[in-house]
Design a protein around this ligand. Sequence first.
Ligand code: PRT
Ligand code: ZN
Length: 285
Amino acid sequence: METLKLAIQKSGRLSEKSLELISECDIRLTQGKRKLISASNDFPLQILYLRDDDIPQYVADGVADIGIVGENEVMEKAKNVSMVRKLGFARCRMSLAIPQDEVYESVQWFNGKRIATSYPHILKDYLQDKNIRAQIEQISGSVEIAPSVGLADSIFDIVSSGSTLVGNRLKEVELVCKSEAVIISSQSLSKEKEKILDDLLFRIDTVLRSKGNKYILLNAPNDKIKEITNILPGMKSPTVMPLFQEGWSSMHFVVSEKDFWNVVDQLKEYGAEGILVIPIEKMIF
Ligand code: PRT
Ligand code: ZN
């Protein structure tokens, strides 16, 4: 029996969520002694702990079969790997930023300027696309201090809350691309490994689907059941059960997180009572 090798980040922003996802798929890991590798007794999966920058290469070379990594690393390394799932965590954007007191009108500002970054390939493609000639200064960390120490005029880096930029008196002027954690896969998996990957993706999909949804239980006056059903987006038919108290029923249904507050406000207007909101562990279709 073959084992699928999954590379995840050893320690950093992606590590905890990557392990959490595996655990939510009900795959329990036996810890490797020095935490370089761990395996599972209940699913044919082995975990390799690596630096995130190395994951695309390891997957492209087949040392790992699949990996969880930021799209930014995949785009930068442009390896022969397939992106098989977006995972919805570690969301960030990749942006150009310049000193706060600079006047900025258009991307033409960057003509003839020096831009510090750890992502030279993504930046080069972007500049080429915009017809900008600039000098790329590749540095591996603390990109945001480059302008203040005179190493560059501007930076191209990952932005999340924006507070790092503000702390370094920089302003974000162009959003180049967005990124989130993704699963990448080698393009030459054996039939057996493909099957394991399909099984894993099936579990991951049920987890991801459930994350976006809530299960709602409530009591409603019978004469409002129709109205309540009409405000539930995409809901064909909620479960309705009579309560002991005459004229009232219990309704059960699933609602997506994005519609949730909107729906709750309307439910109250229709006289719904005892509204219970329950997280869903898995959703299987
Ligand atoms: O050691 P290893 O090489 O494995 O880790 P690393 O230090 O290279 O990566 P790590 O753990 O910092 O980030 C891993 C991945 O998380 C990145 O490749 C992105 O896909 C994603 N991610 C999400 C981020 C951020 N958000 C983020 N905010 N990666 C880095 N940052 C940094 C950014 O570089 C900047 O310095 O945080 C700062 C900006 O944050 P704000 O909130 O101040 O805007
Ligand atoms: Zn890294």
